[in-house]
Design a protein around this ligand. Structure first.
Ligand code: TXA
Ligand code: MG
Length: 350
């Protein structure tokens, strides 16, 4: 398949490109596009045949449901009949933005989008290119992250081209994603909203808005394929770089000692080691392949660079990545959730 590449440098001057991409979506094709969280791979959410192409292109298991993206709040009523007061308050506070709401679904939403569940996940992105594309297409757009299944999510157009070129109809290329981690997935079908996947909108943000918020206990666990989590995506390998990733948690000084001693031991075995660190610690390591996620005092910045740096290590064919852990505060929850999954829960506590 030939993939068309649309470079959007200035959204005002790119209306024709957006129209072309929107037409591909309307005709049942697949289009990857930038959002503020990560790049998404979109298709018409109301067309089962179009949605099947997403699963095919990504190699995604069919029991993992998709998020439907809309460009205006009113479009929600094409997808659900039931928006509670709590859901309404959250929509008013956080849309457009990195919050996905799980709501009871209408029969208009094909079963393949929701993997047979009776709920549908909906999000209104804030990214101007995403909004313009969805608006121009005039349809709700189902879009998972635009990576090959299991790989780190794409935060840059180059990541999408690397994974999906030749597998999708078009890629709309914009700037790197700001948030860099996928949206918070929040189930609002029960009496208390429950986080199924931590993200850019934190538990604290949700409590401030509606006074209550639970976190699905399954998030912190390593799930076996037999358990059925509320968010089916949680049971699969995710975000995994080609290299083995090991997370070292603890006090900063002890983390540095542990990483340095492990680095030496691994290098003696002839393995190529990378160290994923921060601005404050990078000079303390002698490793040739060390990369900083930014300053520890700016966890949002660290989170925004995680997926991109994991891909950079893969480009250098590293065997093992030794990574420093971060505090689970605010966006740190989502950051550590993605790191733990990428590491297959391989953590050393010092
Ligand atoms: O930020 C994002 O959410 C990005 C961008 C492109 O918008 N999209 C994204 O989609 O991360 P994806 O498919 O990679 O992740 C969707 C997650 C999966 O964990 C899936 O299991 C969960 O949302 N999900 C989707 N529909 C659901 C539903 N009805 N109930 C529970 N979980 C659901
Ligand atoms: Mg994904």
């Amino acid at each position: 398949m030939e993939t068309q590449i649309f470079d959007i440098i200035d959204i005002k001057k790119s209306a024709a490109l957006i129209q072309n991409a929107a037409q591909i979506l309307r005709r049942g094709g697949t289009v990857a596009f930038p959002t503020e969280t990560v790049y998404g791979l979109g298709a018409n959410a109301l067309d089962a045949e179009a949605v099947a192409k997403i699963f095919e292109a990504k190699g995604r298991p069919s029991d993992n449901p998709l998020i439907v993206h809309i460009s205006e709040k009113e479009a929600l009523f094409q997808l659900t009949d039931s928006v509670s007061e709590v859901a309404r308050a959250l929509i008013d506070a956080f849309w457009p933005g990195p919050l996905t709401l799980v709501l009871p679904k209408r029969s208009t939403v094909p079963a393949c989008v929701t993997a047979g569940l009776d709920t549908v996940a909906v999000r209104m992105p804030s990214h101007p290119v995403a909004r313009a594309l969805i608006e121009a297409s005039g349809i709700p757009v189902a879009a998972p992250s635009a990576n090959l299944s299991g790989k780190p999510s794409p935060t840059d157009a180059d990541h999408v081209i690397h994974d999906l070129s030749g597998r999708v109809d078009a890629i709309v290329c914009g700037k790197p994603s700001d948030v860099g981690l996928e949206s918070t997935v929040l189930d609002v079908t029960g009496s208390v909203p429950m986080i199924l996947r931590p993200g850019g909108v934190t538990r604290e943000d949700i409590i401030r808005c509606v006074g209550m918020c639970d976190v699905d206990p399954a998030i912190e666990k390593q799930l076996s394929s037999e358990t059925a989590p509320k968010s089916p995506g949680m049971k699969y390998t995710h975000y995994a770089p080609d290299a083995e990733l090991i997370i070292i948690n603890g006090e900063p000084d002890q983390i540095r000692l542990e990483i340095t001693s492990r680095q030496k031991a691994l290098e003696e075995k002839g393995l190529k080691v990378g160290i994923m660190t921060c601005d404050e610690h990078i000079d303390a390591y002698t490793c040739l392949l060390k990369k900083s996620l930014g300053s520890r005092t700016d966890l949002s910045g660290v989170a925004s660079r995680l997926f991109s740096i994991l891909r950079d290590f893969d480009k250098e064919h590293v065997d093992v990545i030794l990574a420093e852990g971060y505090p689970r505060e605010g966006i740190g929850h989502a950051l550590m959730n993605r790191m733990l999954k990428a590491a297959g829960h391989h953590v050393i506590n010092v």
